[in-house]
Design a protein around this ligand. Structure first.
Ligand SMILES: C[S@@+](CC[C@H](N)C(=O)[O-])C[C@H]1O[C@@H](n2cnc3c(N)ncnc32)[C@H](O)[C@@H]1O
Length: 296
C-alpha cells in the first residue's frame, strides 16, 4: 500500500527550513521532529548527505506544523504539546501539573549514586516529586529499597504515579500528599538518602522568566519566596531529625544560592557539606549528611 506520508529527504529539509523561517529555535524544531515525527537527529544528518532518500514521518507534516505553531505563537512548551519528555534513560509523561524535568537535575542522581556507592540504601525520599522524575530513577537504581515521594500538589502526584507505573512497573515507592517531611513522620530518623529539587526562584524574578516557563510551569514548582530559599529552609529545618544517622541529603538550588544553602545546612547540623557544580560549572547542588553514630 502507498504511504501517504512518504516524502524525499530534500522535500523534508526544505519544509523544515520554511518552518524555521517562521520563528523558534532549530534545536527545538528537531526535538519535535524526533519526538512527534519519529525522525531522529541522526536520520536528519543522513538525509542531508543523501537527500534523495525516502522518509516516513509518524504523522503528517500538517500535524507537525500545527504543533510548531502552538509553540511559537503561544509559547507552549513542546513537551506539553507532545506530552512526553525523555529524561535520563526514561521517557516521562509531562503535563502542566508539574515542572518539566530539567537536564541539570539528572546530575542529582549521579551524585546520589556516587555518594551511596559503599552505603546501603534501605529507605529513600524525593521531596517535591513533581512529575516523579527523580522517584522513577531512584526506584530503578535502588529497586529493593522503600521509596517515598512527596508533593503538596495532588495533580503532580497523579502524574508521578503514572510515570512510576509506566517506567517501573514493580516499584516500591509510596506517594504522599503534604508538605515536605510532614507526611513522612512515621519514618523520621530512617531515611538513608533524600533528594529534593524544591522551588527556588526568588519572587522578584518570576515575572522576568521566559514566557515558556513563567506562563506554563506551575507557580508552586517555581516560587521560592522573597529570597528563593523558603522551601530549602523548610526542608533543612527537619533534615537532621528525618535522616538516618549518616543519611545523605542532596539539594538542587538556584545559580547564586550555593553559599546561603551551605550555611543553612551547617545551621541545620548537617556535616560533610559539599557544593557541587553542574555541567556549566555553576554551583547548583548542595550535599550534606546527618552525623553518623560514631560522630554523633
Ligand atoms: C522545582 S519542582 C521539582 C519537580 C521534580 N522533582 C523535578 O525535579 O523535576 C518543585 C516541586 O515541589 C512541589 N512543592 C512545592 N511546595 C511544596 C511543599 N510545601 N511540600 C511538598 N512539595 C512542594 C511542587 O509542587 C513541585 O512539584
Amino acid at each position: 500500500m502507498k504511504d501517504a506520508r512518504a516524502l524525499t529527504g530534500a522535500s523534508l529539509l526544505e519544509w523544515r527550513r520554511q518552518q524555521l523561517l517562521r520563528g523558534g529555535r532549530a534545536v527545538d524544531f528537531d526535538w519535535l521532529l524526533d519526538l512527534s515525527g519519529g525522525i531522529s537527529w541522526s536520520s536528519l544528518q543522513r538525509l542531508r548527505i543523501d537527500p534523495g532518500r525516502t522518509v516516513h514521518p509518524n504523522c503528517s507534516l500538517g500535524v507537525l506544523e500545527d504543533q510548531w505553531n502552538q509553540h511559537i505563537e503561544k509559547t507552549i512548551p513542546l513537551q506539553h504539546i507532545v506530552g512526553l519528555c525523555p529524561w535520563r534513560d526514561v521517557e516521562l509523561e509531562v503535563s502542566p501539573a508539574a515542572l518539566i524535568p530539567r537536564q541539570e537535575t539528572e546530575l542529582l542522581l549521579d551524585l546520589a549514586v556516587e555518594r551511596m556507592e559503599r552505603t546501603p540504601v534501605k529507605r529513600w525520599a524525593d521531596l517535591g516529586t513533581g512529575s516523579g522524575a527523580l522517584a522513577v530513577v531512584l526506584s530503578r537504581e535502588w529497586s529493593e529499597a522503600e521509596g517515598h515521594a512527596v508533593d503538596s500538589s495532588s495533580a503532580a502526584l497523579s502524574l508521578a504515579g503514572r510515570n512510576l507505573k509506566r517506567c517501573v512497573p514493580l516499584h516500591h515507592c509510596r506517594l504522599h500528599r503534604g508538605s515536605w517531611w510532614e507526611p513522612l513522620r512515621a519514618w523520621w530518623g530512617q531515611f538513608d538518602l533524600v533528594l529534593s529539587n524544591p522551588p527556588y526562584i526568588p519572587s522578584g524574578q518570576i515575572a522576568g522568566l521566559h514566557p515558556v516557563v513563567r506562563d506554563h510551569e506551575p507557580h508552586l514548582a517555581l516560587a521560592g519566596g522573597e529570597d528563593g530559599l523558603d522551601a530549602i529552609r523548610r526542608v533543612l529545618a527537619d533534615a537532621a531529625s528525618a535522616l538516618s544517622p549518616g543519611g545523605q541529603l542532596l539539594l538542587e538550588h538556584h545559580h547564586d544560592q550555593s553559599a546561603a544553602v551551605l550555611e543553612l545546612m551547617e545551621k541545620a547540623g548537617l556535616v560533610q557539606r559539599e557544593a557541587v557544580p553542574d555541567l556549566q560549572g555553576v554551583l547548583r547542588f548542595a550535599i550534606g549528611c546527618r552525623p553518623g553514630v560514631e560522630s554523633a
